[in-house]
Design a protein around this ligand. Structure first.
Ligand SMILES: *Cc1c(COP(=O)(O)O)cnc(C)c1O
Length: 220
């Protein structure tokens, strides 16, 4: 068994344990395996072990490895979890099943135009910069609820949930709680939060999906 497959099983068990501890139903949390920087050879055993949902943070990198894998495994779901530039919107709509990083007007407009043009409708999340970090993508939490409404009303985008990446040096709990509160106010029901270091905490705070990379594939 590859090390990544062993790790995958361990992560799945920890998620199940965190679901039980939080009194949540088994399977309430979707595991997104973050495969950025790892090539198709490293990813394939994890797919063969049953994992079907993967996250990538760069459009171009994903284009290099996923079309062939998707051909072999038609039920794969690919999620974009990294910042999106509007000149990559067409490629992103063509390749990804979920885009978690809608965070400004220009991207919302570009995605709406591409989805119409291609007749393809990836599910969408709005990324929220809960820590108001300058170097980080995501909309200001004070504007998040209005932005979600704007995406729905102005562009007809079916925003499914919110996503956040808490500051690396802070307790993530308050950020997860903020994301959940904003989602409730905005009337969306999915929260993408929690990474290798804090996914069990995120499950306790109501995450509906966690994005786990290094705890599965190893250090990058
Ligand atoms: C890389 C990445 C992850 C996974 O991080 P790990 O700490 O390796 O689990 C999760 N979310 C986003 C947005 C990422 O870019």
């Amino acid at each position: 068994m590859s090390k990544a497959v062993e790790n995958l099983r361990a992560v799945r068990e920890k998620i199940a344990g965190a679901e039980r501890a939080a009194g949540r139903p088994e399977g309430a949390v979707t595991l997104v395996a973050v495969s950025k920087t790892f090539d198709a050879e490293a990813i394939r055993p994890v797919i063969e072990a049953g994992q079907r949902i993967f996250g990538e943070n760069r459009v171009q990198e994903a284009q290099g490895k996923w079309p062939a894998l998707k051909k072999d495994f038609p039920d794969l779901e690919l999620r974009l979890i990294g910042p999106l530039q509007s000149n990559k919107a067409a490629d992103a709509v063509a390749l990804f099943d979920v885009i978690e990083t809608v965070d400004r007007e220009k991207i919302a407009r570009a995605l709406a135009a591409e989805m119409k043009k291609q007749g393809r409708t990836p599910r969408l999340y709005v990324q929220v910069n809960t820590g108001l970090e300058e170097q980080k993508a995501g909309i200001d939490p004070r504007q998040a609820v209005a932005f979600v409404r704007h995406c729905i009303e102005e562009y007809g985008l079916a925003i499914e949930g919110l996503m956040c990446i808490p500051p690396a040096d802070e307790n993530p709990g308050p950020h997860f709680a903020l994301l959940e509160k904003l989602a409730r106010e905005a009337g969306v029901e999915r929260y993408s939060m929690g990474m290798s270091g804090d996914y069990e905490t995120a499950v306790a705070f109501g995450a509906t999906s966690v994005r786990v990379g290094s705890a599965i594939f190893g250090a990058r």
